[in-house]
Design a protein around this ligand. Structure first.
Ligand code: ASP
Length: 380
């Protein structure tokens, strides 16, 4: 067997230096796929592909950057990875990269994945410690290895030899929030109640919700989720995406969520469209929801309808009583960000109202998500 194709993807050094490797790929050169799928939708009605990026609501800077780069001809995967790098480096976003909330031991563990539509190739890392830009490490997995997913210590070793800098990702803000959670966990351990702290107090207030369970209104701290997903389409209609996260706050060490799992946290089929998600990863993992949404679009659904149908499927598959309210609705949230080959997009959530970010020829903005259930006024 020839080793040539593999060598062509070997990267030389760390950081973003190796990203131009993907630019060598001529869009569409993989040719048509020989199977029974419907013919690719060639062009949107306007007769051209709009350069566009969609992301979770925390990603306005990311979609803006991704579109700017795609306008300059940068490969869409490089564009979205560079876009989300802004959020990964933001200490104030406690759901992604540097400043993300840690696991139950106080250690930040990151998950990320990338997927390249034209090549139909993916790379991912799970439970990665000490590296600020996991999406870039995931891209290196795609570019330089025959694997798709590296986890834990192996992922860290890989990042190190690729030249990524190791650092402590736990910011003072995230450390204080984690310690407050830990000190309040139980009245049967040796921790005393933590001292009052206005910023920490606000954080816990923001993440406390009311639910109707067993005929009563229950106030419950909902462990923060977050994440950024970003999908981008260039002028050739090629679609790529990435999802990057610190995952569920205070998780059991080693827990990997949906974000780095291809088909769950993200999926793209270059002939159809892409989907990515944020929210309760366990619900997504049990439904491979991004793959489902793309397949529904392949069947002819719009991004909005595919997202709603996907939310409905997740609700139908949620059986655990402690995850359902009195009306049988999941008490958690999941959101999907969808982009189809015709350049249509949607953000869809189980619970609304909610927003998502879009950049295209109309500029960068937040739009309203479609949703399955509307939150009551007194439910935060
Ligand atoms: N989906 C992510 C996870 O479960 C978390 C999130 O989106 O907030 O790890």
């Amino acid at each position: 067997m020839s080793h040539f194709p593999r060598r062509t993807f070997l990267a030389a050094s760390g950081g973003l230096a190796a990203l131009p490797l993907l630019a060598d790929h001529a869009p569409g050169s993989d040719g048509p796929v020989a199977d029974d799928r419907p013919a690719p939708r060639a062009l949107p009605p306007e007769g051209r592909f709009p350069i566009k990026a969609v992301s979770s609501a925390n990603g306005m800077a990311a979609t803006k950057r991704a579109v700017e780069l795609m306008r300059k001809g940068v490969d869409p995967l490089q564009a979205v990875v560079q876009g989300v790098a802004i959020v990964e480096a933001d200490p104030d976003d406690t759901s992604v990269g540097y400043g993300g909330l840690p696991n139950e031991l106080g250690i930040v563990e990151l998950d990320a994945a990338v997927m390249h539509g034209p090549l139909h190739r993916a790379g991912a890392v799970g439970a990665l410690r000490g590296i600020r830009h996991p999406a870039q490490v995931a891209l290196r997995v795609l570019q330089t290895t025959d694997h798709v997913l590296l986890v834990g210590e192996g992922a860290r070793q890989f990042a190190r030899v690729q030249g990524f800098k190791e650092e402590n990702l736990l910011t003072e803000k995230a450390r204080k929030i984690w310690l407050h959670w830990k000190q309040n966990l139980s009245d049967q351990d040796d921790w005393l109640a933590p001292p009052a702290d206005a910023e920490v107090g606000r954080f816990f207030q923001q993440h406390t919700r009311s639910f109707q369970v067993a005929g009563r209104t229950v106030r419950k701290f909902v462990r923060p989720t977050g994440t950024i997903h970003c999908s981008g389409m260039n002028a050739q209609g090629d679609i790529c995406c990435t999802t990057t996260t610190s995952g569920l706050a205070f998780k059991i060490p080693g827990r990997v969520g949906d974000s780095p799992i291809i088909g769950a946290g993200l999926y793209v089929d270059n002939e159809v469209g892409s989907c990515g998600s944020t929210g309760r990863g366990e619900a997504n993992l049990q439904n491979l929801a991004s793959f489902l949404a793309v397949e529904l679009m392949r069947g002819g659904m719009t991004p909005k309808d595919a997202g709603i149908a996907t939310c409905r499927r997740i609700a139908q598959h949620t059986k655990r009583k402690d995850l359902l309210d009195d009306q049988g609705r999941p008490i958690f949230d999941l959101k999907f960000y969808l982009l189809d080959k015709q350049g249509r997009h949607a953000g869809v959530s189980l619970w609304g109202p909610a927003k998502f970010a879009v950049s295209d020829e109309r500029g960068t903005r937040l739009e309203e998500c479609e949703f399955l259930y509307e939150r009551m006024k007194n439910e935060k």
